[in-house]
Design a protein around this ligand. Structure first.
Ligand code: 5RP
Length: 218
């Protein structure tokens, strides 16, 4: 049986055809994406540059010789490849386990095609078993937490975590997210929230999932 790491590596390689002949790509963050960037190393001649969702992915990209570009300088991206913490059948996601959700959501919004890659353990019927990450302005942390309790969640401050944007993360437990778009909008409306890790208004366009020997695409 394949380990979770082997499954991540396998699905990362399966995303390569989606970036063939695409000059500038969007690249996400996380352990699955680390394997994807490793796989890009053999491909790099085809890749002009990348817009990256985190300092850690940027560093790995530069190491293999792929220039990291500013999103403002490149406009709309054709393809964005990133992982997820949970994926439902509508390709709506929870993201932010790696604290990079804000930049991830910006790149997803600015991309024509969002290709999400994950091992099979990330597929769920209903989002919310994975604690929902929310990036907040530091001084608003307690206020936002109280508002999240009113929405039925149990927010826990991810201590010792400062995002690349110098903000804090609350992880919200015990949510059963039956209406992802509605909850995404409601949390976006709380003053002090920078970004919520529900990707439903802009879901993935293609999901690749490794299950045993198979890659399932939907
Ligand atoms: C980072 C993310 C990642 O995509 C998510 O946490 C999945 O990570 P991994 O590939 O390590 O399982 O949203 O903010």
């Amino acid at each position: 049986m394949m380990t979770q790491d082997e499954l991540k590596q396998k699905v990362a390689r399966a995303a390569l055809p989606y970036v063939k002949d695409v000059g500038i790509i969007g690249v996400g963050t996380g352990s699955t994406i680390r394997y994807f960037i490793d796989a890009l190393a053999d491909f790099k001649a085809d890749i002009e540059g990348a817009v990256s969702s985190s300092e850690s992915s940027s560093e790995q990209l530069r190491k293999i010789g792929i220039p990291v570009l500013d999103l403002n300088a490149v406009g709309t991206l054709d393809v964005y490849v990133d992982g997820a913490d949970e994926i439902n059948p509508l390709k709506e996601l929870i993201k932010g386990g790696g604290a990079a959700l804000t930049r991830e959501k910006i790149i997803a919004a600015a991309s024509k095609k969002f290709v999400c890659i994950a091992d099979g353990s990330k597929c769920v019927d209903v989002l919310g078993a994975f604690p929902l990450p929310i990036e907040v302005i530091p001084m608003a942390r307690s206020y936002v937490a109280r508002e999240l309790v009113k929405l039925g969640g149990q927010p826990i401050w991810r201590e010792n975590c400062v995002t690349d944007n110098h903000n804090h993360i609350l992880d919200v437990h015990n949510l059963n997210i039956m209406e992802p778009i509605k909850l995404e909008q409601a949390i976006n409306n709380i003053t002090g929230v920078v970004c919520v890790g529900i990707f439903a208004m802009r879901p993935a366009d293609v999901v690749l999932v490794s299950k045993g020997d198979e890659i399932v695409t939907f």
